[in-house]
Structures are given as structure tokens and as C-alpha cells.
Design a protein around this ligand. Structure first.
Ligand SMILES: Nc1nc2c(ncn2[C@@H]2O[C@H](COP(=O)(O)OP(=O)(O)OP(=O)(O)O)[C@@H](O)[C@H]2O)c(=O)[nH]1
Ligand SMILES: [Mg+2]
Length: 348
């Protein structure tokens, strides 16, 4: 299985500028020709480009150094050196690029980002033609090219899924992802089976809905309990959340409040996301007594009962998930550029 890469460190280098040339015209019958050294080419830039169809940073793990090309030196007969080629780093939307040493954010990439120049190449040096003056007819010097720049970067990817699956450990988040999409997450009857997020794409009519299955959160996650809550950053830009609660949970109301409280501690913006509550493993509750209890506990929130094992309720769930993702897309079209985290109930 391909590892989900969301955090890599790399070094980038823009190109050096080419040196200006020192050269003099040599023509027959002209004993002492004037200077004709061309300029050096500009060093290549390091550029970040958004690629929507990338889902990971795995392509950045191969080499540690990403260098742009140097500019070529100037030539005689006033010919300028060629500019160095830019080095393009392709990243998916949701990528944040920081300076590794200072932590300064250099680029925050979303769907609408254009190319961003991270490092500019060095300027080419001027050839000796530029240094001719009335007192200095034969300048025997030219400018060197400007050096390129080097920077160490930390590249992090936040998944931009449409809907995040949130719940205590072992409630069946990964099983639901597997039942709804082609993803093959690891499933196990023990807590914290999932340690890195899994993405799956759900097709509903002509709509693609990206679901994110993340590790389970528990009470005190904000203080580091369990796997902590840092992985919640993977769903911080989703349009909506599905809160999964095991139908056999002895205290669904407490669980519901715990989930909301932990989300809130991570980022108060989570509260404004669209959400729905899903009762999982409903095959274990054939009389639906526990489902009714949970529905009462989470009121006025609507609870959808499902079973990944028998596929009961999945059609209804898919419709609701699709509706949630589509409503968010519409809101985004109406107000482009709005951060995903900030929209939700307020702008309906
Ligand atoms: N009876 C029944 N068992 C289920 C159902 N869905 C999941 N399970 C079982 O519940 C256990 C946990 O399932 P997972 O999908 O790994 O749960 P998770 O929420 O992803 O767990 P973590 O990643 O550890 O947080 C496994 O033993 C599953 O077989 C269901 O619909 N019915
Ligand atoms: Mg899991």
C-alpha cells in the first residue's frame, strides 16, 4: 500500500546568474576593436505549481535537493547567455510550504493558487560592453553573475477532503470508508488501527465526494490522550463532518458531547461545519432500541443508522453526504476564496 506522505523536508536552490563576458571585437583591418562581451543569463527560479490531481507528496521524497538551472555565461559578439530553466515543484491543493529554520509560511496552496515563485534566480552579470566609457575604451572586466539562493523547506499537506469521518476509536470509520469507496484501509477490532489518514472517493451520480478516514479521537485528545488531535488538521478544510457513534455505545450523549468538545478544542471553526451524526454497526441493534436512544441523545441532530457489514442505510447516507458536499460547493461558488473552515451554518 502506498504510504500517505504529508510532511517532507527538502532543499531548494535557485540558479546562479551567468557571468558577463570580457571580449573585444576582432576584425580584420580594425586593430583594436571595442568591447563586445555579452551578458550572462538569469538563473532559474524555484516555482511552486498547483496540481489538482495529485493527492500526496510522495513524488517529493525521492531527492533531497531541487535545484533550478544556472544561467549561461555571456559570449563574445554581444551574445547573451541563455537563462536557466526554472525548477517546478508540483504540489496538490492543501499544501503549506514553510522555511524549515524559521517556520515562516512561504506559500499556502489551494485550488485557486497560481504559480508562486519561491526563490528567484541570480541576475546575470553584465558583459564588458556596458563598461565602456570615454575614459575607458577597453574595459577588461565584466560583472559576475549573482549567486542563486538556497533554502530548506518543510512541505506539509493537509488533505482537502469533502467530508471527514470523526469518531472514537473502533466505531467503524475505516469499515465505512471501505464500504462506500474503493479505498482499502486497515480494519481491526482494536483501537487506533488507523494511524495515518485514508482517503476514498465516493461517486454519486456525476459528483465525486472525497471522504477522509482519520484515527479515532478520545476524551482528552487535545491534551495528548490517545494519538492526540494533530491529525485533525487533515480535515480542517473539509466542507462537512460525519460524527460516527457506535450504536452499542452505552452513553451516546456523552460520546457526542466529547466529540464536539475535542473538535472545538482543536479549532473553534469546526463547530460551523455542516455535519451529520451516523450510528454505526446497526446490525447489532436489530430492534433499533439503541438507535432511538441515540437519536434522542443527539437531538435536534438527525441520526442516520447504518451498517457497513450489511450495507443497511448506506444509500441514505450517501445521499446526505453528497448533499452536504454539493451545498458547500455552491457556497464556495457564491463566495469564492472563502476559507473552508469558516463557512457552514452561518452562510446558508
Ligand atoms: N457488526 C459490525 N461490526 C463492524 C461494523 N463496522 C465495523 N465493524 C467492526 O468494528 C471493528 C472496528 O472497525 P474499524 O473500521 O477498524 O474502526 P475504526 O473506527 O476505523 O477504528 P480506529 O481506526 O481504530 O479508530 C472491526 O472489528 C470491524 O469489523 C458493522 O457495520 N457491523
Ligand atoms: Mg480506522
Amino acid at each position: 500500500m502506498q504510504r500517505f506522505v504529508d510532511d517532507v523536508s527538502i532543499q531548494v536552490e535557485s540558479g546562479h546568474g551567468g557571468a558577463g563576458a570580457v571580449s573585444f571585437r576582432r576584425e580584420r583591418y580594425v586593430p583594436r576593436g571595442g568591447p563586445d562581451g555579452g551578458d550572462g543569463g538569469r538563473g532559474g527560479n524555484v516555482v511552486v505549481r498547483t496540481r489538482r490531481n495529485l493527492k500526496t507528496l510522495v513524488h517529493l521524497t525521492g531527492g533531497a535537493l531541487y535545484a533550478a538551472e544556472n544561467g549561461q555565461p555571456g559570449q563574445k559578439r554581444r551574445r547573451n547567455g541563455r537563462d536557466g530553466k526554472d525548477r517546478i515543484l508540483e504540489v496538490p491543493p492543501g499544501t503549506t510550504i514553510r522555511d524549515l529554520e524559521t517556520g515562516e509560511v512561504l506559500a499556502d496552496i489551494d485550488e485557486h493558487s497560481h504559480d508562486i515563485v519561491l526563490l528567484t534566480g541570480g541576475r546575470g552579470g553584465k558583459g564588458n560592453t556596458h563598461f565602456k566609457s570615454s575614459t575607458h575604451q577597453t574595459p577588461r572586466f565584466a560583472q559576475p553573475g549573482e549567486p542563486g539562493q538556497t533554502r530548506r523547506l518543510r512541505v506539509e499537506l493537509k488533505l482537502i477532503a469533502d467530508v471527514g469521518l470523526v469518531g472514537l476509536p473502533n466505531v467503524g470509520k475505516s469499515s465505512l470508508l471501505q464500504a462506500l469507496t474503493a479505498a482499502q484501509p486497515r480494519i481491526g477490532n482494536y483501537p487506533f488501527t488507523t494511524r495515518i489518514p485514508n482517503l476514498g472517493v465516493l461517486r454519486y451520480r456525476d459528483q465525486d465526494i472525497v471522504l477522509a478516514d482519520i484515527p479515532g479521537i478520545i476524551e482528552g485528545a487535545a491534551e495528548g490522550a490517545g494519538l492526540g488531535h494533530q491529525f485533525l488538521r487533515h480535515i480542517s478544510r473539509t466542507a462537512g463532518l460525519a460524527l460516527l457513534i457506535d450504536v452499542t455505545d452505552p452513553d451516546p450523549e456523552h460520546t457526542y458531547r466529547t466529540l464536539l468538545a475535542e473538535l472545538d478544542k482543536f479549532d473553534p471553526g469546526m463547530r460551523h461545519k455542516r455535519r451529520l451524526v451516523v450510528a454505526t454497526k446497526c446490525d447489532l441493534d436489530p430492534q433499533t432500541g439503541q438507535l432511538r436512544q441515540m437519536t434522542a441523545a443527539c437531538a435536534p441532530e438527525q441520526v442516520i443508522g447504518v451498517s457497513a457489514a450489511t450495507r443497511h442505510g448506506l444509500d441514505t447516507l450517501v445521499r446526505r453526504l453528497a448533499h452536504m458536499a454539493a451545498a458547500a460547493d455552491l457556497a464556495e461558488e457564491a463566495a469564492p476564496g472563502v476559507e473552508h473552515g469558516g463557512r457552514g451554518a452561518d452562510d446558508e
